[in-house]
Design a protein around this ligand. Structure first.
Ligand code: PEP
Ligand code: MN
Length: 360
């Protein structure tokens, strides 16, 4: 781990006045869409133009990317705007093609990071081009080891210009995010690899335009990430993928100005800032607790209906005694006080009984 951390070359990002901004559409759709979006992004705020050419999609029969011809459009953007260009690669063939079109930054998507075979194939393909900037998105599920493993495979082939993109983690629970941030995991990740540049992708965390500024603020202002990747499109409503989360280039610039103002006008002391950071961590966990409680109570409702039709008593004292014992022991083993656990489960149980009674 230390070897990886020390090998990281940060010169590609340190030379910019933060924040380092990557923006552009989720997918390349047409030459006109690419060129117009790029033209409307202001190069005084944006360093890199992004567009997905090969799109990994959860379900088949969705738009899977325009393919190779999109690389020509990106090449044109680079020539006409002077912006660096970036795209996602997911196999050795993509690497070869992207390099042949002069793509400056290659990123590895969340689904690919989760697959050591894919990462190894990409790392092998990059061995001779190990001066490229490679950004690795976090794997879909919150597994730090898998994420670091991907970086180690790349570093093992001599790639030093590495960075990571925090795009949030899969959640099946009720959540206001498409992918929950899990800020605490990112802080742990940074403790392990303090030198690696971290960019945040609020677009894929939020899944909608609402909340993007808030996430960007947390990442850049509170947690001091080096940059952001935010999806923008010349006509977001007509986008072929991720339409709900893309903003116009003008909205992006407005957002970035707000972010700069927040940073400049912040008079808070170091300790007040630390307090805010702790609160962000706590708030996220509390929201998760509420969403778990909602799921828990939903099952109570179903259980109530089942008991009613099966003629089973709602309150089962022996089951209650068993679970109390089990949970108190588990909670104690994690350092939670017995009294709190007792009171908490008492309340939870009462509410569950109330819900089940309501059905009767
Ligand atoms: C993307 O950036 O458009 C993308 C597909 O992201 P992720 O790999 O984070 O889902
Ligand atoms: Mn997208």
């Amino acid at each position: 781990m230390e070897k990886l951390n020390n090998s990281i070359d940060r010169s590609w990002i340190d030379k910019w006045n933060s924040p380092f901004i990557i923006s552009g559409p989720c997918s390349a759709e047409s030459e006109q869409q690419i060129l117009e979006t790029a033209k409307r992004l202001n190069s005084s705020y944006v360093q890199v133009f992004r567009a997905g050419i090969w799109k990994p999609r959860t379900k088949p029969n969705n738009f899977e990317g325009i393919g190779k011809k999109g690389l020509e459009w990106l090449h044109k953007v680079k020539k006409s705007t002077g912006l660096m260009v970036a795209t996602e690669i997911a196999n050795a063939e993509h690497v070869k093609l992207a390099i042949s079109f002069g793509i400056d930054i290659l990123w590895i998507g969340a689904r690919s990071t989760a697959s050591p075979f894919i990462i190894q194939e990409i790392a092998d393909a990059l061995e001779k081009e190990n001066n490229k900037i490679i950004l690795v998105k976090n794997p879909i599920h919150p597994d730090i080891e898998l994420w670091i493993g991907a970086l180690e495979r790349l570093s093992g082939k001599g790639i030093r210009k590495l960075g990571v993109i925090h795009r949030g983690f899969y959640t099946y629970k009720n959540s206001r995010y498409r992918n929950q941030p899990n800020w605490n995991l990112l802080l742990n990740f940074r403790t392990l690899l303090p030198r690696i540049p971290i960019l945040c992708d609020p677009s894929h965390i939020c899944g909608k335009t609402e909340g993007i500024l808030d996430i960007a603020k947390k990442a850049y202002h509170f947690f001091k990430y080096q940059g952001l990747m935010i999806e923008s499109h010349c006509d977001p409503d007509q986008a072929w993928s991720d339409a709900q989360q893309q903003i116009t280039p003008e909205n992006l610039l407005e957002m970035l100005k707000k972010l700069t103002c927040i940073e400049k006008s912040d008079q808070k002391s170091k300790s007040e800032r630390s307090l805010d950071s702790f609160r962000i961590l706590i708030d996220e966990l509390d929201e998760n607790i509420i969403s778990l409680l909602a799921e828990r109570m939903n099952i109570s409702k179903k259980l109530g209906t089942f008991k009613k039709y099966s003629d089973i008593a709602i309150f089962q004292p022996s089951r209650w005694k068993d679970i109390m014992k089990k949970y108190i022991n588990f909670g104690k083993s994690l350092g939670i006080s017995e009294k709190f656990l007792e009171e908490f489960f008492q309340l939870l149980h009462q509410e569950s009984i109330k819900i089940q009674n309501h059905i009767q």
